[in-house]
Design a protein around this ligand. Structure first.
Ligand SMILES: *Cc1c(COP(=O)(O)O)cnc(C)c1O
Length: 399
């Protein structure tokens, strides 16, 4: 029986929208996942860049347990101290003045897209509602975010497509410039494309987008749902470029697996969000914001991000070595920090399967790439362990 068939039989009550493997896990600890038989896997997928602090991080578990025994949810009808604290800390450590909380990356991007429209309306330019986005982008699966992502495979069957997005090639400044018209409100970009194949934007592109936005009165909106929260070795990827956005979306690693998203903005932008304009029932509840605060405790601690950078450099050097040794399997390595991609010469899926057989979990991306997304708490020894497994898989595939 094929794995796909087996997993469908085991889960007939689930809708068929995922191509699941038939693996399941019982327990996690740090960088490792364990299946029912006790077999150990090094988890370099991290639930798709979510469990940045690894599994069952003691500090995060403790924070969740303590809050769970006290109070989970009251709604945004009331003051929520943990939410205020999280907002203050995100603001203090970013370009932003204010935060809005939601429950996912798509919702954080929805908030950004809505902000772009209401901001332009607020400053007297209601005709500006269009958003420039980029090929290979991924912004989520709601009606507006699939339109923003613009990928035919995500849009097919879901027409009519939400109006107001103009897509141009990624990392091509002239194309973005040409797309600006009298109705343009904002530019939305991932500084490092994740699903799109771990493609970092160039410095000239990011600097150029900022300049275009300033010149034309547009908002620069960054989707850091995947590349934010320490993944690239800085808390936010935009810090590498020395380019500040006007708005930014976060989610994924912000809650280490507890669903929480955030939209951060400059005050001139968020000023448009007066009571009643936008909201979320669950957004920023006590459990979610307590967990996110615990995540920040770890990520903002002295030396944490420095260590991510150090291990990112080490892993990158090792992977470059593997690519050189097995040019028939790996064409190139790209990315930043611990957000790395192996661009494959063999089908990326074959490398993923071989790696999994050897006990290393990864995830594929567009452009025939395998994403290498280790937990940020990884040790040097675990880096070496992973490289040995990658070498083994490459040796096999090179035959
Ligand atoms: C995962 C992802 C999203 C969507 O997040 P969800 O929580 O699945 O809605 C949006 N943007 C980027 C860059 C992502 O990687």
């Amino acid at each position: 029986m094929t794995a796909a068939l087996k997993s469908n039989l085991g889960a007939a009550a689930l809708m068929g929208n995922y191509a699941r493997s038939d693996f399941s896990f019982e327990r996690g600890e740090g960088a490792y996942l364990f299946d029912q038989t006790g077999r150990r896997f090094l988890d370099f997928a991290c639930g798709i860049a979510v469990t940045g602090l690894g599994h069952a991080h003691p500090h995060v578990v403790k924070a969740l347990n303590e809050q769970a025994a006290k109070l989970w949810h009251v709604s945004n009808l009331y003051q929520i101290e943990t939410q205020i604290r999280l907002a203050e800390r995100l603001v203090a450590n970013s370009f932003a003045d204010q935060a809005f909380f939601c429950n996912s990356g798509a919702e954080a991007n929805e908030a950004m897209i809505k902000l772009a429209r209401i901001y332009q309306d607020h400053v007297g330019a209601p005709e500006r509602y269009r958003v420039i986005t980029f090929e290979n982008a991924f912004h989520g699966r709601t009606m507006a975010t699939i339109a923003a992502g613009g990928q035919p495979k995500h849009l097919k069957g879901f027409e009519p497509v939400v109006e107001g997005f103009d897509q141009v090639p990624f990392d091509e400044l002239d194309a973005a410039k040409r797309a600006i018209g009298p109705e343009t409100a904002a530019i939305l970009v991932e500084p490092v494309q994740g699903e799109g194949g771990i493609r970092p934007a160039s410095q000239a592109f990011m600097t150029g987008l900022r300049a275009l936005c300033d010149e034309h009165g547009l908002l620069l909106m960054l989707d850091e749902v995947q590349c934010g929260m320490g993944r690239t070795g800085k808390l936010f990827a935009y810090e590498w470029y020395d380019v500040e956005p006007d708005v930014m979306a976060l989610a994924k690693a912000l809650g280490n697996g507890f669903p929480v998203g955030a939209c951060l903005a400059k005050a001139k932008v968020s000023a448009a969000l007066v009571p009643g304009t936008h909201g979320s029932t669950f957004g920023g509840n006590l459990l979610a914001t307590t967990v996110a605060n615990a995540v920040l405790d770890i990520m903002l601690a002295d030396g944490f991000l420095e260590n991510v950078r150090r291990l990112g450099t080490l892993l990158r050097a090792r992977l470059d070595g593997v690519a050189k040794a097995y040019p028939g399997v790996i064409e190139s390595v790209r990315g930043m920090g611990l957000m790395l991609g192996l661009v494959c010469r063999v089908p990326a899926r074959d490398l993923l399967t071989a790696l999994r057989n050897h006990g290393l979990l990864t995830v594929t991306a567009e452009g025939n790439a395998v994403r290498i997304l280790p937990p940020l708490i990884i040790t040097e020894r675990q880096v070496e362990e992973s490289v040995a497994l990658i070498e083994k898989a490459c040796r096999e595939l090179a035959r």
